[in-house]
Design a protein around this ligand. Structure first.
Ligand code: GRF
Length: 218
């Protein structure tokens, strides 16, 4: 039986995905616990949510550092001090250098609000609407140095409706994010996944190309 993985969540803001992971970890038998939450913004509302759940938090204000490397050195030290096994980026708005990414290779997840590799970066929902795509969604992937890239663990699709504003689409995608991230973390934390040729394979079900969910489409 695998042990319960200690997860460090990196945030920069609201923290609703972090909150969904905190809730998921309360399920009996869930293979992970949120052991520490770190924000690069000391005013991130998510820090208060974590504290209210009695989860230790640390603010490491990137503005106080001269270089990305110096910021990441302290970030890495805080994660190691908390004995973190896996990192979940959840609305974490800092780009990470190769040395940090490689130090946590295949042990760091990110969630992005699009069906990657489409619409990497910011203003995802505006761009999805502008492009006229009929489906959008979200992706949980292992982190690589290139922004919003890396082996895909799981995706969820939602429709883009004709009258959608970017905020409407963001809200629909966010609902899917809150379902998807706990599913993806559960798979990774229970050692169900393996990265092979930069693709995620489910160890016990290598022929299943999942998970994906599309709760809005019958
Ligand atoms: C989410 O849409 C996430 O996919 C993106 O930033 C947003 C963060 O929201 N990377 P929250 O802080 O988890 O509420």
């Amino acid at each position: 039986m695998s042990t319960i993985k200690r997860v460090g969540v990196l945030i920069s803001g609201r923290g609703s995905n972090m909150a969904s992971l905190i809730e998921a970890c309360k399920q009996p038998g869930y293979p992970a616990e949120i052991a520490h939450v770190i924000s690069n913004d000391p005013d991130a509302p998510g820090l208060k949510i974590a504290s209210a759940s009695n989860i230790p938090t640390t603010a490491i204000d990137h503005k106080g550092y001269k270089s990305r490397q110096a910021f990441e050195k302290d970030l890495d030290a805080a994660l190691r001090k908390a004995n973190i096994d896996l990192i979940c980026n959840a609305g974490f708005m800092r780009l990470l250098t190769e040395s940090f990414v490689e130090a946590w290779r295949d042990r760091q997840l990110n969630i992005h609000p699009s069906l990657l590799p489409a619409f990497k970066g910011l203003h995802t929902h505006e761009r999805a609407i502008e492009a006229g795509v009929k489906l959008s969604g979200c992706t949980v992937h292992f982190v690589r140095t290139e922004m919003d890239s890396g082996p895909i663990v799981a995706q969820a699709a939602v429709p883009v409706l004709p009258a959608d504003t970017p905020d409407d689409l963001a809200a629909r995608v966010l609902e899917a994010e809150h379902k998807l991230y706990p599913i993806a973390l559960k798979l990774v934390a229970s050692d169900e996944t393996r990265v092979e040729n930069e693709r995620v394979v489910l160890k016990s079900r290598p022929t299943v190309h999942g998970p994906y969910i599309s709760p809005w489409i019958e």
